[in-house]
Design a protein around this ligand. Structure first.
Ligand code: SF4
Length: 180
């Protein structure tokens, strides 16, 4: 089919659970593949958007400088940007570290935590710098839609994408909206 809708996906500070839930579309993925072409995504192993994408699905919040860079690149390359899941929407589980200073987190993880041996805080310049707090993605770029849930169910993805692909304003049924 010509002119398929281009979809990109990525995970920032997330656990890939939202991507796993997307794959729970199961046989509906076959129907989706008739209409959609996946661009940059862990599903395709394409590392940069090859052209402007119609829809960008972002899992995870923003915890380091690389997340900021990837998120801005997605915003630049995607006409519609979607915050997928609790981590993208409000920081989710990774944002539990926001109750502590970054220094406290690093010391607990690399020096003082149970089972730590050869204590040393990583300082390789190749590593992305951690932000002081984990941020929801709407604090960094404009987001067009939010899909709640941890993770959003496959039915949420299906309803949302079906609406968009058929030119309707997405409208999730109440029973699909949950925050756990
Ligand atoms: S919202 Fe839940 S499933 Fe999705 S990345 Fe965050 S922790 Fe994982």
């Amino acid at each position: 089919m010509a002119n398929k809708i281009r979809v990109a996906t990525t995970s920032l500070a997330g656990c890939f659970g939202c991507h796993m839930s997307f794959l729970d579309l199961d046989e509906r993925l076959v129907a989706l593949a008739e209409l959609v072409e996946f661009d940059r995504s862990p599903l395709t192993d394409i590392e940069h958007c090859s052209s402007t994408c119609d829809i960008g699905l972002i899992e995870g919040g923003v915890c380091n400088s690389e997340n900021v860079h990837v998120l801005r690149e997605f915003r630049k390359n995607c006409k519609i940007l979607v915050a997928v899941g609790a981590c993208a929407i409000n920081g989710g589980l990774p944002a539990m570290r926001n109750s502590f200073s970054l220094e406290e987190c690093l010391l607990e993880a690399y020096r003082d935590g149970i089972g730590v041996e050869n204590a040393q805080i990583p300082s390789d310049p190749e590593l992305p710098l951690l932000l002081d707090k984990v941020r929801p993605i709407h604090e960094v770029v404009k987001i067009d839609y939010f899909l709640p849930g941890c993770p959003p169910s496959a039915d949420v993805f299906w309803s949302f994408l079906s609406d968009l692909l058929e030119g309707r304003e997405p409208n999730l049924a109440n029973e699909l909206i949950h925050f756990d």
